[in-house]
Design a protein around this ligand. Sequence first.
Ligand code: GLU
Length: 476
Amino acid sequence: MAQAKEPSFRQSVDLMFNRAVALMDLPPGLEEKIRVCNATYIVRFGVRLRGRIQTFVGYRSVHSEHMEPVKGGIRYAMGVNQDEVEALAALMTYKCALVEAPFGGSKGGLCMDPRQYDEHELEMITRRFAYELAKRDLIHPSQNVPAPDMGTSEREMAWIADQYSRMNTTDINARACVTGKPLHGGGIAGRVEATGRGVQYALREYFRHPEDVARSGLSGTLEGKRVIVQGLGNVGYHAAKFLSEEDGAKIIAIIERDGALVDEGGLDVEAVRHWLSTHGGVSGYPNAMHVPEGEKLLEHECDILIPAALEGVINLGNAERIKAPLIIEAANGPLTAGADEILRQKGAVIIPDMYANAGGVTVSYFEWVKNLSHIRFGRLQRRQEEARHQLLVDELERLSADSGIGWSLSPGFKQKYLRGADELELVRSGLDDTMRAAYQSMREVWHGREDVEDLRVAAYMVSIDRVAKSYQAKGL
Ligand code: GLU
């Protein structure tokens, strides 16, 4: 892991921020205002479990309130601490600004290992934590809206939503207090896959620009590209699945807690995920080579490296040996500032976290809007859209018959064209559009200015500029 001279995660984020503001012309003092974390609430609460009271330490950090509500996940992990939630909250501010999700940045966490507790225990812990946050408006539809992160999922979000509703029985917008809920508990289609889907859309957009692809020394399309994924959790799994099933990329290695699986011919992502969920690890998986020292695989030759687990996995200790020419940060902060510097000097292209993993919060935004409007996307338009398409098809068929030309529509066209979009299709379309637009805004800065060398600085500059404008509009 990280060496002694490595800065903390929050310092690492600040160093990257500083690199960007050095190229900007912000009014005096505003730079500092944007950089600092507004507040971090720390709570210690007890839950009676297994005959004794256990004390838990929880955090909710609010980085920037230039827009409200503030937004960001809640993480359950042993590594959770103040420095980490503050770094993650800052990244949320920049991420939301970059993809134009109208939120400030926040993040929360509980310092614990969720695998040590059964479902009922987790529910008691989650409800108690939600209570502590909600009573201070740190969970609130118009103030602070959490979402899943490492160690949490739609199950925890449903408990949080229910806890908030119990405490606010007359709030008609109670469901909008948290996103990433199950579909039948006020969620939205496509949220679970959203972050992985966003990684796929980000890579597709990158590969639409041969000039950008050339900067990493690669060429062509995603077809046949050799990909290594670190972490087969929700994000890594969906990214690997979509890239291999839909874009023809080859997943040549998957790195997990108990080692890595390697198959130069391409791993079957679905089969590995199934093995992982039934065996709790990848070792023993029969159809690939198992390497116990999984982290070593980060240094393996490949075209695209996707760190999709923890922060700081690529650091001063291994950056020099990383061979991937293109790294896409599906996790938050997987590269330390030092590693980022080394890899840039080696000529690698890094698609930064605040863009690469923004698919999650983008679809969270759609879910929040759905909750506030109390209606499923497409419910009003779908059949009307179908009826209009039907009119056109009928007219084409009539013209063809009347004119005697005898045109016939290609097979499948009618079926595909006639169908109005359902919620999932609309969510994917909105996500795709968001990822393309955000890439364009980074790209303009990346290519437009001589002094901007990389996508990360470009991303920070776009975000900081938007946050600054929003503060200025308020008269600050
Ligand atoms: N935890 C996710 C992230 O880091 C999602 C946040 C959200 O949807 O609010 O982006």
